[in-house]
Design a protein around this ligand. Structure first.
Ligand code: B12
Ligand code: SF4
Length: 521
């Protein structure tokens, strides 16, 4: 049966990775014998015509979509378009947002027929098979279906105990050159689960508290596959890498033993980042570690149940830096109990770490304890406009910190961050950067250029349908057009476009009289 999976757009400045959820869902459906296509609206200009064409060409029986909270409105709108195009298509949503807002979706979004709640590989296959057989689906664990104007939920789906039995992530369904040119990391999970219960996070509610770990050989086989697909930079997408120390060490050992040359980034809890593990990760190719501190005020860290000691975190940051890691620490402003004073203390703490840090604004995610117990925690949720839940907008306030002040502090941080970035870019243009800083700056510039270009629809506008004719130097024309679309000068636009052509992901070709710049897919 024909099933179209849609990756919706989202409005973040940071370029995206291919979503692991859709990769696994695609793999599960293909393994069950279905004919699956992916419409990846994340890496193109998402418009109704593209959706219409994809639906009319493929004529799917089911259209499924993934999302997080901030892009749920886009995801929902796309399903509405699908229903307008062909009301017979069964629409299904999955992912953490739909999982925890099923009831609301039932009431206000009648174009969504089904929701797959939580881990979806088994549920989606049973769902698709039943749709194929009977035309509708009910009473499946993990599935919510529309009945009398509301969503009715089946019993919860048991988590897959053995992750090695899951299908392979179906990367071949995605437009890989579009991700490769952005130099984004290939994502990969070594396991699922997290024993903690941080109040702002829904991770363990999706994947459970118990460690479910893939065998290291399977993990490294997948890494080899990612490398062969052109992703030499890999990021582990685990909820809690290092949850079981012996497993994390074994994964590193397997990479080292195979001599696999990769650059790894790993998000890790400070308590798991023991010297031996950091050392082994380094040997395995890990160059970047990220820690979530969340706040620089111990009382707040304790109140969100993060169970991290800020002094220990400081030691781990220093240790990792001394070992040569690029270290990044993330914070959330606006947590329960936040005041101007606690934010000042957090910024002081962050600066004292003497490394890179990111400051986000709290988005109280549906399903999280912070969302469900907001009143009890003294947190006022001001809007449920999910588009604003992007960690850049103040959507809450505390008795000690009004939303406009939180927004002002967030914007102040963003401006300072942009200013630092501009200084680094100026130094780069003057040829003053070297080593890791040079490499990082170039990667960031290249990522940001292609991320803007892809979203502007540049490649849809200049592909085989249009092309350009009657010019002596077509590349020069494309460079000028790309520079115009991205507000990046022609020197730089030319540099990134040429390097993508050199790597083979972009192709400048001539059809008849028309020069085209398109992807090699
Ligand atoms: C790794 C990770 C990242 C990585 C990679 C994300 C990616 N695109 O792969 C990075 C660092 C880039 C990242 C970024 C962000 N993340 Co993140 N991330 C995670 C983490 C730890 C694991 C995600 C993962 O790979 N899971 C494994 C896959 C297989 O699971 P899954 O995505 O849930 O998919 C399964 C089901 O949901 C379902 N399903 C999903 N989609 C669909 C679609 C259909 C049709 C069906 C049937 C089923 C289905 O089946 C899938 C297979 O079991 C989760 C925590 C967690 N456990 O959920 C947070 C999490 C998903 N992230 C979160 C957030 C908020 C973000 C950001 C918005 C942060 C920000 N402000 O920038 C961005 C958004 C990026 C994006 N568009 O996804 C939240 C989302 C909660 C929410 N309601 O929005 C989570 C849950 C953490 C939290 N704070 O609670 N993230
Ligand atoms: S934030 Fe990290 S440690 Fe806390 S519950 Fe989520 S995945 Fe676990």
């Amino acid at each position: 049966m024909r099933i179209l999976l849609v990756n919706p757009p989202y409005a973040a400045s940071e370029p995206p990775r291919i979503p692991m959820g859709l990769l696994y869902i695609g793999g599960a459906l293909e393994r069950a014998g279905h004919d699956v296509r992916v419409l990846d609206l994340l890496v193109m200009r998402p418009d109704r015509d593209i959706v219409r064409r994809a639906v009319e060409d493929f004529d799917p029986v089911i259209v499924g979509i993934t999302s997080v909270t901030m892009n749920w409105p886009d995801a929902s709108e796309i399903l509405k378009w699908v229903k307008d195009i062909n009301p017979k298509i069964a629409t299904v949503a999955g992912g953490p947002h739909a999982t925890f807002t099923t009831k609301e979706i039932g009431i206000s979004e009648p174009w969504v027929d089904y929701v797959v709640m939580g881990e979806g590989e088994r549920t989606v296959v049973e769902f698709a098979n039943l749709i194929e057989k009977t035309g509708s689906a009910q009473n499946i664990p993990g599935l919510a279906w529309r009945e009398n104007g509301a969503m009715k939920a089946g019993p919860p789906r048991e988590l897959e105990p053995n992750l090695d039995l899951l299908p392979k992530p179906a990367r071949h369904l995605f437009p890989l050159p579009r991700y490769r040119i952005m130099c984004v990391e290939g994502g990969l999970s070594t396991g699922r689960g997290c024993p903690f219960s941080c109040t702002f996070c829904v991770g363990p509610k999706m994947v459970g508290h118990k460690a479910r770990l893939r065998t290291p050989t399977a993990v490294v086989d997948e890494m080899e596959e990612l490398v062969s697909l052109g992703f030499k930079h890999i990021a582990f997408s685990d909820d809690h890498f290092g949850m079981k120390r012996s497993h994390a060490m074994a994964v590193c050992d397997e990479i080292i033993q195979r001599g696999l040359e990769v650059e790894l980034s790993i998000f890790i809890r400070a308590d798991a980042a023991e010297p031996e593990l950091l050392d082994r990760m380094k040997q395995a190719g890990c160059s970047k570690v990220l820690f979530g501190a969340e706040s620089g005020v111990q009382k707040i860290v304790d109140s969100i149940k993060k169970k991290t000691d800020l002094n220990m975190l400081r030691e781990k940051v220093k240790l990792a830096m001394d070992m040569g890691y690029f270290v990044q620490v993330t914070f959330i402003m606006g947590l329960p109990g936040e005041t101007q004073e606690t934010i000042k203390q957090t910024i002081d703490y962050a600066l004292s770490l003497k490394t890179f840090f990111g400051m986000h604004i709290l988005a109280p995610l549906p399903g999280s304890e912070i969302y469900e117990k907001a009143d009890e925690l003294g947190l006022k949720i001001l809007t449920r406009d999910w588009r604003l839940y992007d960690a850049n907008h103040a959507v809450t306030e505390t008795p000690g910190l009004k939303a406009d002040e939180l927004q002002r502090l967030g914007s102040w941080y963003d401006e300072a961050f942009d200013r630092m970035g501009e200084m680094e870019v100026a130094a780069w243009r003057r040829g003053e950067l070297a080593g890791e800083t040079l490499k990082r700056t170039e990667q960031l510039r290249c990522k940001s250029f292609f991320w803007k270009l892809l979203r502007s629809g540049f490649f849809e506008d200049t592909d085989s349908k249009t092309g350009i004719a009657g010019v002596e130097d077509p590349l020069k024309v494309f460079i000028a057009k790309a520079a115009g679309k991205t507000s990046i000068d022609e020197w730089e636009a030319g540099r990134w476009l040429r390097s993508a052509i050199d790597s083979g992901d972009l192709v400048l070709s001539k059809k008849g009289q028309l020069w085209q710049l398109g992807f090699n897919d």
